[in-house]
Ligand binder design. Sequence first.
Ligand SMILES: Nc1ncnc2c1ncn2[C@@H]1O[C@H](COP(=O)(O)OP(=O)(O)OP(=O)(O)O)[C@@H](O)[C@H]1O
Ligand SMILES: [Mg+2]
Length: 301
Amino acid sequence: MATIFSVSNQKGGVGKTTTAVNIAAFCSIQGIKTLLIDLDPQGNATSGIGVDRNNLESSTYEVLFSEIPIKEAILNTEYKNLFILGANSHLAAAEIELIDKDEREFVLGKLLNEIKNDFELIIIDCPPSLGLLTINALSASQKLIIPLQCEYYALEGLGQLLNTFKLVEEKLNPNIEIGGVVLTMADFRTNLTQQVIEEVKNYFGVKTFQTVVPRSVKISEAPSFGKPAIVYETQSRASKAYLEVGREFMERFGLHKQIEKQTEEQNSEKQIPEAGQAPAETTPAEPIAREPVAESESVNQ
Ligand SMILES: Nc1ncnc2c1ncn2[C@@H]1O[C@H](COP(=O)(O)OP(=O)(O)OP(=O)(O)O)[C@@H](O)[C@H]1O
Ligand SMILES: [Mg+2]
């Protein structure tokens, strides 16, 4: 059964979609059957994974309003284990239309109950607001991932998100917890960045991901090619950092064990040859090359 993660911060442009898309892509490439849900009318996670948001026959909006069964709206992507429930501007109406729905905070959660056995991981990319769409995401999730941009006002406004999180935990979903905080768009040339990192680590402790993602032009180019940065190019410091974030994510939430278990099961199946057959060769899952993140690399790469 899938663990459900919401990637949320009501502040705009802090790296929610970039983080959601790259973690989803990384885990799926590693063999985890992953569903990425775009819950933002901007549809950036949808286009960022190479799906044309303007030509979606069925999107999150139609699913939320029961026009299409969720199973029919989930699309394949060009990555074998990665699936998407896409969004586009239709979803903009949902914030208002959800108000009149019965149990309006649980609409998404109920739908996800229908499919969560079909996946190992579900990641919801939230819009930059704390309205009903985000409340639906948090009500449906076990973990909240908070991307924070490394800037002077990084922690400003966080109180609102944490209050919403607490309310959801108290009133709607006692099973949710803060899964982690990912620091994004760091410029290591400034002292301020170090101060922000310290401040966030003091506040969130071990919940803070060890890997801090630097600012890089390459990352901002990737969405226009419909590719996650970790696929678009692997050499910039920021893409390498997102590979590390993906690895950390899998380790933090035990997904690497799932892969090890699957590999062991596959190997042991292969090691029991049928009568009269030679044992098959075992081929362990190929890891993505682990390379150190070079400190000296320019932020423009
Ligand atoms: N590490 C980075 N370096 C440079 N640009 C980045 C980095 N991470 C994200 N970006 C760019 O910054 C912009 C905002 O990122 P992103 O869309 O991930 O943020 P968001 O929080 O999802 O935004 P929104 O609130 O609008 O949904 C995008 O153009 C993205 O390509
Ligand atoms: Mg976004």
